[in-house]
Design a protein around this ligand. Sequence first.
Ligand code: ADP
Length: 165
Amino acid sequence: MSIAVYPGSFDPVTLGHYDIIQRTSKVMDRVIIGVLNNQAKKPLFSVEERVEMLKNVTADLPNVEVQCFDGLTIEFARRNHAQVVIRGLRAVTDFEYELQLAQTNRVIAPEIDTMFLTTSLKYSYLSSSIVKEIASWGGEISEFLHPYVEERVLQKYSEMKKVRR
Ligand code: ADP
């Protein structure tokens, strides 16, 4: 059985992430999305919220599941008996960091390979941080997110405004 893990922050999951998940689900038997519980990144959404949003948007993909993890991606992959770690590549700016990560991981865990999917052209500019930046200024974000996630982002910023008042 071919098993892939797709690790990331997913703060929140964008249509760019979804595109990678959907394409991976077509070529692998199982796809396990790993939501990194990394407080150092000061996420907008808690890990539970990020997992819940991902479960909602991937509900139509039967071979995809969502888990949270902390620590090394490679350990997460091993625990799940995955042969492959999936990463998405948008632009050359992603490349250097991703190459370093993949090569280091290969030294630590030679039995697990990293596979890159290049972004679909229409999402090549898209990142969770850009979406948050736009949303924080009240801009339109429906082009970038699943409607359920859009709703959650708008809700989050309106809650934050209330707290600040
Ligand atoms: P991380 O903090 O690990 O970079 P992200 O949630 O930002 O977590 O991204 C997870 C993975 O998804 C990374 O491999 C990233 O390159 C990829 N990714 C993010 N946005 C896109 C996109 N628009 N198209 C393709 N891949 C993407």
